[in-house]
Design a protein around this ligand. Structure first.
Ligand code: SF4
Ligand code: SF4
Length: 424
């Protein structure tokens, strides 16, 4: 495919572009698949400017509407990126769908994303197909013994890992990801969060390993001590420490020295952030029904008795169909689900059955059906609890992540909504 993108116009990868090219972060990824001990994400903290913080979470189609509005006011926007507020690949479909929609609407836009790298390698080809040209991966340690001090847990394919095994798995997957993305010709920036007493003495080792893999640039970022996290009492590294560390690591890999530690909903030129100006626009976009809304007036619900969302998509043999009228919700009808078996045809048929629904509320869902539904612009909302709360979340834009179902045996590990900081 012939790229229409000018890769030089990324202000984070190319310092020469920092005064002229603007970037917009699209906060479409609310959940995370690992837990960093410095992370504390808060959606509504307007006073904080750091990774992990966002005023709202957008659905993929709403993200494009928001981007259209931003570009009208900021025509110098050259980059659309996904940087959380969780991890871009904790729910890969949301991210890929957003990238697909943005690419369709803005063929010249640089597409970029930031991730912890745990769940990316399988999607390297998809990213290349979408002409994603810049990826940032946060690598804080190349020694699992050090990584084990940084990560509380890592969740991969529904299994939660802890201690050194968690750090080892994360590192393995990060290295594979970097290799796969480099093979696709994607530019890689590695962020390394410098945590005094934990990995500050180890940063040079990280730089060496990254240089060996052909990483294009490294961004050593001082850790921000976030309240309510295990690292809240570790002081931020001093400016002198960071200068010395960058001088040392610069000898083996180019260093980014102009990072402004942006929010997950940042917008504007790096030195002139305008995200506060677009906050209202983002909230409106996150709450209004999308352009598809008139043709998708309904929400499907997997429920046993009609009060709670309590069925996995795969076990539901029928779906209740709800609609909003004025401030009320009405049960419109029930629709029978396709028979189990039949592989992908079952999910194709289900997507057809629910094609006038903008979302489906379920207690759980597998990766294959999720993909089929998203392809038809039906957003799967995984949750436990009252149907009404799920309907509020879909129709009125309240926090869907707060309803997220918690799986048995992984207490505290289902998602890290409300935690945060560090995916820049
Ligand atoms: Fe996830 Fe927070 Fe770590 Fe980013 S900083 S990878 S959001 S836990
Ligand atoms: Fe660029 Fe740093 Fe902002 Fe990420 S956090 S967009 S690397 S300036």
């Amino acid at each position: 495919m012939t790229s229409m993108v000018n890769r030089d116009n990324h202000p984070c990868f190319n310092i020469a572009a920092k005064g002229t090219c603007a970037r917009v972060h699209l906060p479409v990824a609310p959940n995370c698949n690992i837990k960093c001990n410095y992370c504390n994400r808060k959606y509504d903290c307007v006073n904080e400017s750091r990774p992990g913080v966002s005023s709202a979470v957008l659905s993929p189609d709403r993200a494009v509407t928001y981007l259209e509005e931003v570009v009208k006011s900021l025509p110098e926007t050259t980059v659309a990126g996904i940087a959380g507020p969780g991890d871009a690949f904790a729910e890969p479909e949301r991210t890929l769908e957003t990238l697909r929609l943005v690419r369709q609407r803005f063929p010249h836009m640089i597409l970029c994303l930031a991730t912890n790298g745990l769940n990316v390698v399988e999607y390297a080809n998809d990213l290349a197909q979408l002409d994603v040209s810049h990826v940032t991966i946060t690598v804080n340690a190349v020694d699992p013994a050090i990584g084990a001090q940084i990560y509380s847990w890592v969740r991969h394919r529904k299994i939660v890992y802890r201690k050194e095994r968690a750090a080892e798995l994360l590192l393995e997957r990060q290295l594979l990801t970097i290799e796969a993305l480099k093979q696709q010709g994607i530019l890689i920036k590695v962020n390394t969060i410098i945590i005094p007493g934990i990995n500050d003495h180890h940063a040079f080792e990280v730089s060496k390993a990254m240089a060996k893999l052909g990483v294009d640039i490294q961004n050593c970022m001082p850790m921000h001590p976030n309240q309510g996290t295990p690292f809240q009492d570790i002081p931020e590294p001093s400016v002198e420490t960071m200068h010395a560390l960058r001088r040392e690591t610069q000898t083996i890999i180019p260093q980014m020295t102009h990072c402004t530690r942006c929010r997950a909903d940042a917008a504007g030129i790096l030195d002139h952030d305008r995200s506060a100006e677009f906050r209202g626009c983002m909230k409106t976009c996150s709450q209004n029904p999308g352009p598809d809304a008139p043709s998708k007036p309904f929400v499907a619900v997997a429920t046993l008795e009609g009060a709670l969302v309590n069925q996995h998509l795969g076990e539901a043999y029928r779906f209740q169909i709800w609609e909003q009228s004025s401030s009320e919700y009405n049960l419109v009808e029930e629709r029978t689900a396709p028979e189990p078996g039949g592989g992908d045809n079952r999910w194709r048929e289900l997507a057809e059955t629910l094609k006038d629904c903008r979302a489906v509320l379920v207690s759980g869902i597998g990766e294959r059906p999720r993909r089929f539904l998203l392809e038809r612009d039906i957003i799967p909302v995984e949750m436990n609890g009252f149907i009404r709360r799920g309907l509020d979340a879909v129709y009125n834009g309240s926090n869907v992540a707060a309803l997220k179902a918690r799986r048995k045996g992984t207490a505290g590990a289902a998602c890290c909504s409300g935690q945060g900081g560090g995916c820049g």
